[in-house]
Write a protein that binds this ligand. Structure first.
Ligand code: ZN
Length: 165
């Protein structure tokens, strides 16, 4: 798919909004489970997503953006779940971090594929820039995952789910 600049910007704004909403939910959930450290991480991610969205909005300026279909930018549910029960079930920090990581990878892959396929130089430039920001988010989540203990009781029987994509 080769996006025009307005199409690309519309996706980027929607994607960052979606990320901010999901991170806010994750932060509240971690707080409810008294994991203030991981809650603080997710609150930072909320701020980063909002800042990024605001920068993109500034770039949008007076450009009129097209409407999008929700599947084009929404976060995907955890692989072992689906539907709204996901958040009740996914109470451990490890799961929340994995879920966030998967969606950051998805965003990164989205931006880099747009960058590779677009013929518009401005779309290419922005997409490459956004992809590298998402790569930094993935790295940050990886660091947290490395020092977060994986819940063993419920998940012993589960094969390790490799990152999708
Ligand atoms: Zn991100």
């Amino acid at each position: 798919m080769s996006y025009t600049l307005p199409e690309f910007l519309a996706h980027a704004v929607a994607l960052e909004n979606e990320a901010a909403d999901r991170y806010l939910e994750l932060a509240d959930m971690m707080e409810a489970h008294r994991n203030d450290e991981v809650a603080a991480l997710f609150r930072d991610m909320v701020r980063f997503s909002q800042m990024h969205r605001d920068e993109i909005q500034a770039r949008v300026g007076a450009i009129e953006l097209p409407k999008l279909r929700s599947w084009e930018y929404r976060w995907s549910s955890p692989p072992e779940m689906g539907g709204d029960e996901a958040f009740d079930y996914m109470i451990e920090p490890w799961h929340a971090l994995r879920y966030a990581r998967e969606n950051e990878v998805r965003a990164m892959e989205y931006y880099s594929s747009v960058g590779m396929q677009s013929s518009d130089p401005e779309v290419k430039r922005l997409a490459a820039e956004f992809a590298s920001e998402e790569a930094e988010h993935v790295d940050a989540l990886d660091k947290w995952l490395a020092r977060t203990s994986r819940p063993s009781a419920t998940f012993d029987a589960d094969p390790d789910i490799p990152p999708r994509g």
